[in-house]
Design a protein around this ligand. Structure first.
Ligand code: MG
Length: 382
């Protein structure tokens, strides 16, 4: 039995982690779980799986949860997340969304807990720090993101020295057939209609702006330790090939499957083993007789270009970019700004900050705050 701690348990990824745990009661034991404000989900899961350690975001929810799950220890807030991350387990599953996921990852690493990571912002914001800590503590980090799971699977049994390049596929998001001119009038509802994947709101917007793909390029850089010029993004509308690895002999290995996150989640949870999939999500080739590939334009998707530049620059800029994006996406989802304002706010915020190195989590938190405030000022002026 693998002992799991899951944070971000009521989000889209978190719920699918629970699906995998529920379908495989002899493989996994949930010994900790955290949610934000969806305490009903937590109460239900904590009773179903008899989870001994649970955490909510707000202190005022502690009593309600405590009464509903009397045998569990209930934590709250960011400190609660860090406490959960420090419980000794076989796998710390981080399904949080945003900057808030970074510190628990670091805490889990410091305690020697291996990690299954869905929170890509951890590697965007603090890639250098995470890399150093993983080495220091000899901790393994397994990707949940479908593209990185695909690359990870394509690398099995091969040598990194033999890799020519990583080919990350992108669906193109909800506006892939719209020109920049046509993006001016799009609404929140349009943006949330992703053609292939059903995901949380924030990542669906990030997919439409291609910020998500930019984050994934940075994530790939830190996971697989390849320079940015060896990480290529191509538009693949069907989302059947989840990514590929090209080797120096020009052989390319691809990983295929339907767009169901339970496949990469289960692989991260059971690695190095594979177990039967209990859900009906086999790929039917006859439904996909055309797999297409197109060039992705930096002019059409400026945030992808920005992510390459900021990733290369390192230092505080990735953190600044992420913070501005979180604020801008939040404002778009509250219908305070237009879709193209998201890009503009992220780009202007990044350009406002002079790059420097960071030394600690506090340093990052400080720049995260400053960038958020600057992005908020820009939104005020919208
Ligand atoms: Mg992805």
């Amino acid at each position: 039995m693998k002992k799991l701690v899951l944070v971000g348990g009521s989000g889209s990824i978190g719920e699918q982690v629970i699906d995998i745990v529920r379908a495989n009661p002899n493989e996994f034991e949930l010994i900790g779980m955290a949610v934000g404000t969806r305490i009903d989900s937590l109460i239900k899961a904590a009773n179903e799986f008899k989870i001994p350690n649970i955490c909510v975001q707000r202190e005022e929810d502690v009593v309600t949860v405590k009464n509903a799950v009397p045998n569990a220890t209930v934590y709250f807030g960011n400190e609660g997340l860090n406490t959960l991350a420090r419980i000794k387990c076989d796998l710390f599953v981080n399904a949080l969304v945003g900057f808030v996921g970074m510190e628990p990852t670091i805490n889990a690493i410091e305690c020697g807990n291996d990690i299954a990571l869905a929170n890509k912002e951890t590697l965007v914001v603090a890639g250098e720090l995470v890399e150093r800590k993983l080495n220091e503590h000899n901790v393994k980090l397994y990707p949940i993101d479908s593209e990185h799971s695909a690359i990870f699977q394509c690398l099995q049994g091969n040598k990194m020295d033999d890799v020519n390049s990583l080919i990350v596929t992108a669906s193109g998001g909800s506006f892939r057939d719209k020109s920049r001119e046509e993006l001016k009038g799009v609404t929140k509802a349009d943006a949330l209609r992703h053609p292939n994947w059903s995901m949380g709101n924030k990542i669906t917007i990030d997919s439409a702006t291609m910020m998500n793909k930019g984050f994934e390029v940075i994530e790939a850089h830190y996971l697989f330790k390849l320079p940015y010029d060896k990480i290529r993004v191509i538009l693949h509308r069907q989302s059947i090939i989840h990514s590929m690895v090209e080797y120096k002999d020009h052989s390319i290995i691809a990983q295929l499957g339907v767009s169901d996150m339970r496949i990469p989640i289960q692989y991260a949870l059971t690695y190095p083993n594979r177990i039967d999939m209990k859900y009906d999500n086999q790929l039917d080739f006859m439904k996909y007789s055309n797999l297409t590939f197109e060039e992705l334009s930096f002019e059409r998707y400026p945030l992808l270009k920005l992510a390459y530049e900021v990733g290369e620059a390192k230092g505080i800029l990735p953190c600044v970019m992420n913070a501005a994006n979180e604020i801008a996406v939040g404002a778009f989802l509250s219908e305070k700004i237009g879709f193209l304002d998201v890009e503009r706010i992220v780009i202007e915020t990044v350009h406002h900050f002079e790059n420097r190195e960071y030394n600690s989590i506090d340093d990052l938190r400080n720049y995260d705050n400053k960038a958020r405030n600057y992005a908020l000022e820009l939104i005020e002026r919208c």
